[in-house]
Design a protein around this ligand. Structure first.
Ligand SMILES: Cc1ncc(COP(=O)(O)O)c(C=O)c1O
Length: 385
């Protein structure tokens, strides 16, 4: 199908360089640090099978459900989110992964030409969701502490900004976590200028070092907060959720009726049982944190050994990714095919660029390799970069 066949909306959507890349990098013998998948060895197949079998004793698991999600799942998500916020989280809408929440929020809030601020480098799935609405996407640079909130005010004074999107914890791809003072300032600006904040937080529970920072949603009512079971249980459930302003949630519900009528009653029943089984879930998430800590530290140490001061790295405190920036002019996109030939893959920084030149940067995922795999991957990387 030619490009002209598509609507103006689809023509406005950038492709995902990562999804294209994965086809090349999943070759046998290649250690891929390019993907963004949870560790397969920790996907809880047995526990999910038990929950599925229990759910399937009731026909309701195979029936259409409410557009806003199964009440049992909404209840348990509400309790968990209220605990994280330190106040009542209000109504919850369950979505088909948090990606669907991004897509529905983009449709609910944005008209063509409206201004959306994202982090630069940005999460590609959010950029794609915003592109669909033909909004004007402006990138705000990140540093080791996440979004440069101090650079926001001049833009707000110049432009009528409608939405600011932030991945507040363990950014994908940037690795950084927004500290509390920046969260408070962002929330203050939302109250002053009247824009919506989308706090996109699928990684917050994967903290293995440092201390938890309260969600941005704890600081303002103008936050739509998104999270997901993908990284703490399993992505194939396609269970995500959002909460925040009731009038925005009503718009999302209306759009969701047109998108899919309702999510899967079966996977929502499974997710409800697993999220409500606090003893199991806490132990499971502790296991993920311990494994990711070991892998992140192995990758970080190997990179420091191999590249020293040439590569500025994020300090891994959680999540799934390390972000590195070469300080000596080394570029990453042109070397990717040589790296794949040498048996290692990564995502070049340019794949995540909104405006900035990120050709000296790269994203490395530490979740799927053992420490030995990761050390070998870095040895291979050092032969090409
Ligand atoms: C920042 C961010 N938001 C949202 C998503 C979507 O996740 P899901 O739809 O599986 O909940 C991802 C997936 O990797 C992500 O990195």
């Amino acid at each position: 199908m030619s490009e002209e066949t598509g609507s103006q909306s689809v023509r406005a959507v950038r492709g995902s360089a990562i999804r294209d890349l994965l086809a090349v990098t999943e070759r046998p013998g290649v250690i891929s640090l390019a993907g963004g998948l949870p560790a397969a060895d920790l996907l809880p197949t047995e526990r999910v099978a038990r929950a599925a079998s229990a759910a399937l004793r009731s026909p309701s698991a195979l029936q259409y459900g409410l557009t806003t999600g199964a009440p049992a799942l909404r209840d348990v998500v509400h309790a968990r989110e209220s605990a994280a916020l330190g106040r009542d989280a209000g109504a919850v809408v369950v979505t088909h992964g948090s990606q669907q929440a991004l897509s529905l929020l983009a449709q609910a809030l944005l008209n063509p030409g409206d201004v959306v601020i994202v982090e630069d480098p940005g999460y590609i799935g959010a950029l794609q969701a915003f592109d669909t609405t033909r909004a004007r996407v402006i990138g705000l640079p990140m540093d080791a502490d996440g979004m440069r909130v101090d650079e926001l005010r001049p833009i707000l004074e110049r432009e009528r900004v409608r939405v600011v999107h932030t991945v507040s914890n363990f950014h994908n791809p940037g690795g950084a976590t927004l500290p509390e003072d920046r969260r408070r300032e962002l929330a203050r600006l939302a109250d002053e200028f009247g824009f919506w904040i989308i706090e996109d937080d699928p990684y917050g529970e994967l903290r293995f070092a440092g201390t938890t920072v309260p969600p941005v949603a704890a600081c303002s009512d103008r936050v739509l907060r998104l999270s997901s079971a993908s990284k703490i249980v399993a992505p194939s459930l396609r269970v995500g959720w959002m909460h925040g302003d009731a009038s925005v949630l009503a718009l999302v519900e209306r759009l969701k009726q047109g998108a899919d009528l309702c999510g899967s009653s079966l996977t929502q029943a499974i997710a409800a049982e697993l999220l409500a089984d606090a003893a199991w879930l806490d132990a499971h998430i502790d296991g993920i944190r311990a494994l990711y800590a070991e892998r992140a530290l192995a990758l970080h140490a190997a990179l420091v050994d191999a590249f020293g001061d040439r590569l500025r790295l994020t300090t891994p405190e959680g999540g799934m990714f390390l972000w590195g920036e070469f300080t000596d002019g080394t570029t990453t996109s042109q070397s990717l095919s040589a790296a794949v030939d040498a048996g290692v893959a990564y995502v070049p920084g340019s794949a995540f660029a909104v405006r900035r030149d990120l050709d000296h940067a790269l994203r490395l995922c530490f979740t799927t390799g053992t420490p030995d795999d990761l050390r070998e991957a870095v040895r291979r990387l050092s032969t090409v970069l």
